[in-house]
Write a protein that binds this ligand. Structure first.
Ligand code: GLY
Ligand code: MN
Length: 364
């Protein structure tokens, strides 16, 4: 198996292969996720310049040692002044660079400054690194698996310690603590939503207290070695309401049908449509968000799996599958797993227990 250094080298070479068709001689990258993908660097406020011959991480003194440690294949340029001045200085050493591609994710104001100040032509380019990131290699897949494993263990641990009267913020902090103890970080703000709060898909935990008869939705993930997991599970507390049980079964069936369709070559939007069809056939309102999203260095990346998707799934995509039903003023149920697309089907990377019927928590 290839080692990290040779994998990083290959990623940079893939970027260079786009130079001719894009009519650029170098690419300037400011997105932390893309920089991390190409160099291994995990810090911030740094940009990457990839030329035909070399790649230079432009950072500052806060990150010099970290960059030297994390980036085996990159030259490190420690800027003392503005980023634009540093890039200008560097480009002076590369007189054959006439046109600099600049990732179009960059803020418009910054792009305008670069266009005005750099000693070369500038051209906005998009998706060169993002489309490479859609296909995960074995190192990335094992980091996502490990991130999912950390989430699983954290959830299993905290379930034993939940008590009636605890707040959503308390339980979210318990999950974050278990994740952090492993050396990982929460991949995004942990969602813990009781009862009616779970009808908001992106609820932020509050001081609402858990009641004797209640429901809990957890949506959380770990970021390990730069890679995210993203899982959602729902529980009844004290007693199971019939309508909640029916919605749970429907959402689970929608997820199962979707997962069973997954394989390279399948239209992403058809998977979303099939999951929605299960939900509407039960006369329930289908989720308004996508069925899923790519998962990797960012918690939301390409490919998206929704009614707007134009792409077919490919071997090596890692996506979430997260249908949901949200009933305002009552509750919401979403079930989410992380899945690797393969030639013949898929592999579920998140192994957190999922029961056929609503799991019931009997708490003190
Ligand atoms: N798990 C949060 C989200 O996918 O938006
Ligand atoms: Mn998600």
């Amino acid at each position: 198996m290839a080692n990290v250094t040779s994998i990083l080298k290959k990623r940079i070479q893939n970027v260079r292969q786009n130079f001719l068709s894009q009519k650029i001689d170098c690419l300037l990258i400011a997105s932390p996720a893309n920089i991390s993908y190409l160099t291994g660097f995990m810090g911030e406020d740094s940009w990457l310049l990839v030329t035909g011959r070399t790649n230079i991480l432009i950072t500052d003194s806060r990150y010099t040692l970290q960059a030297e440690k994390q980036c085996p294949n990159s030259k490190i340029y420690v800027r003392k002044g503005r980023m634009t001045e540093a890039i200008t200085e560097i480009l002076k050493k590369y007189p054959d660079v006439r046109t600099a591609g600049i990732e179009d994710k960059i803020e418009t104001g910054i792009y305008k400054t670069l266009k005005r100040k750099l000693p070369v032509l500038t051209k906005p380019v998009n998706h060169i690194v993002e489309s490479a990131r859609e296909i995960k290699d074995y190192l990335e897949i094992s980091a996502i698996k490990k991130a999912a494993q950390i989430s699983k263990t954290a959830m299993e641990k905290i379930l034993k310690h939940i008590r009636i009267g605890m707040t959503e913020t308390h339980i979210a902090a318990m999950l974050d603590y278990e994740i952090k103890k492993t050396g990982a970080n929460p991949a995004f703000e942990t969602i813990v939503a009781f009862g009616t709060n779970s009808a908001m898909p992106h609820h932020s935990p509050t001081l609402r207290k858990l009641k004797k008869i209640d429901t809990i939705l957890f949506d959380f993930g770990a970021k390990f070695n730069g890679y995210c997991s993203d899982l959602t599970r729902c529980f009844a507390v004290g007693k199971i309401n019939d309508f909640y049980a029916k919605v749970y079964k429907t959402v689970l069936e929608a997820q199962t049908v979707a997962i069973n369709m997954l394989k390279a070559g399948v239209d992403a939007k058809e998977v979303d449509a099939a999951a929605k069809q299960i939900i509407t056939s039960e006369k329930l309102p289908p989720y308004g968000h996508g069925l899923g999203h790519g998962l990797g260095i960012d918690v939301h990346e390409q490919p998206t799996v929704s009614y707007m998707s134009k792409s077919k799934l490919k071997t090596g995509n890692v996506i979430t599958v997260e249908p949901g039903v949200y009933i305002p003023n009552k509750f919401g149920i979403r079930i989410e797993d992380d899945v690797l697309i393969t030639d013949s089907g898929c592999e579920i990377l998140s192994q957190l227990l999922k029961t056929d019927n609503v799991p019931l928590l009997k708490l003190a």
